[in-house]
Design a protein around this ligand. Structure first.
Ligand SMILES: [Zn+2]
Length: 418
């Protein structure tokens, strides 16, 4: 009997060791594959990774639009950088409706700085291909380029104050007193202190700690705790700040009169990182106002909308598009988000890997890196997560965006005014 028990124990031990070994290998080599789309150099060429060059192209295209359309306004909000990064601006380009002011489209990019290259590319494509005099007869368009220019320039999601603008945007200071009750249970795991060392045992086995947390609390609870935003840990990830960030504070008085000039507005905020690689997800907060939901469904008729409510999703506090809507004094605002997936974060391994990449980059930004090699690897993984260099991925983003923008601009002129 004892011999049988001993053998069973040994067999179990071998199985456990094999499972740990296999999962550790999978975690270390995780790289979601591109969808099989032939890379198109012309599509991929829309991507400009360098912030200053992307800005120049945005401004040049703005000049061209101002030359052929009436009443175009431009503004540049300078963003101060305590560490001395020069030439940072949030740029705005407003094209008023050319005949009657009925509807306003707002396209925004770079709320998460490191996601800026894709957002800037899609925005410039929109400026080039969807701004005919006909399209602008009753629709005004407002383009907001690089809302977090510091993050775009240096490759961070967050601002120089470590603030996630998509957790910071609020018309009320009450947001910054919000307590994310779940954050303390993940804080120690996702915000380690000391120089970031990608090869340490704790990092190589990060997936095991994550799986233990999932087993203990369940994936929906954890996802919500990590991602909703937090206002207590200034050096932690998904920090929403203690006040409205200066970029947004300066933007509000600029955009408010533009929004108010139209009874109906819709904003499309451009993001990368969440969801299936190479897929354009429409992830919208479920609106409290039925009139908003009806109209979003009309704009995106025939497309799949993921209303961020089920167990697979999380709700955030202080999101940018919701804030834009609250700036309106009258009328109706439709908040929309395009999210281009990169990491298959809908899978368990994809979400653990995404969290680990985010965590290591923030640790490095806060406490430095164990070595230059660690810095290079960690920053490269981070950029690849939010701005994949793959030509196939970039092609997919541009092709799907063009198709989706056709859907939007076809339905938009018929969406009922409030
Ligand atoms: Zn984002």
């Amino acid at each position: 009997m004892r011999r049988v028990l001993k053998l069973t124990f040994l067999a179990l031990l071998v199985l456990v060791v094999a499972a740990i070994g296999l999962s550790t290998w999978q975690f270390a080599t995780y790289a979601p594959r591109d969808r099989p789309v032939p890379a198109d150099a012309a599509a991929a060429a829309w991507f400009i990774d360098d912030y200053a060059a992307a800005r120049r192209d945005f401004l040049t295209r703005g000049d061209a639009l101002a030359g052929r359309l009436a009443g175009v306004e431009r503004f540049a909000i300078p963003v101060a950088s305590p560490s001395g990064v020069a030439g940072l601006f949030v740029d705005g380009l407003y094209i008023p409706a050319q005949v009657t002011s009925k509807r306003l489209l707002v396209i925004s990019s770079g709320v998460h700085g490191v996601e800026g290259p894709a957002g800037s590319a899609v925005m410039r494509l929109f400026m080039a291909e969807f701004t005919s005099a006909d399209a602008l007869a009753e629709t005004g368009m407002l383009f907001l380029h690089a809302l977090n220019p510091y993050g775009f320039a240096i490759g961070r999601r967050f601002t120089e104050n470590n603030v996630d603008l998509n957790r910071n945007a609020s018309t009320s200071d009450a947001l910054y007193r919000t307590v994310n009750a779940g954050y303390p249970m993940v804080d120690a795991v996702i915000n380690p202190q000391g120089p970031a060392d990608a090869g340490s045992l704790a990092n190589r086995l990060f997936h095991l700690r994550a799986v233990a947390l999932i087993a203990q609390h369940g994936m929906p609870t954890l996802r919500q705790a990590v991602l909703q935003g937090q206002y207590q840990v200034p050096k932690g990830i998904y920090y929403g700040g203690q006040a409205l960030e200066p970029e947004l504070a300066a933007l509000a008085p600029r955009v408010q009169p533009i929004l108010d000039a139209y009874p109906l507005s819709m904003s499309i905020d451009l993001h990368t990182g969440y969801g299936a690689r190479g897929t354009l997800h429409l992830i919208f907060d479920p609106p409290k106002d039925a009139r908003v939901r009806e109209r979003l469904e009309a704009v995106f008729a025939g497309q799949r909308i993921d209303w961020a409510s089920g167990a697979d999703f999380y709700t955030v506090t202080g999101d940018f598009v919701g804030w834009l809507g609250k700036l309106r004094r009258t009328g109706l605002h439709l908040p929309a988000v395009f999210e281009f997936g990169t990491m298959d974060s809908q899978t368990t391994m994809g979400s653990i890997k995404s969290l680990h990449v985010t965590m290591l980059e923030n640790q490095g930004a806060q406490f430095g890196y164990a070595s230059p090699a660690d810095r290079d690897k960690i920053q490269r993984d981070y950029r690849e997560m939010f701005n994949p260099s793959s030509a196939a991925w970039r092609t997919q983003v541009m092709q799907d965006s063009r198709a989706m923008l056709r859907v939007v601009t076809e339905h938009w002129p018929r969406v009922a005014l409030p």
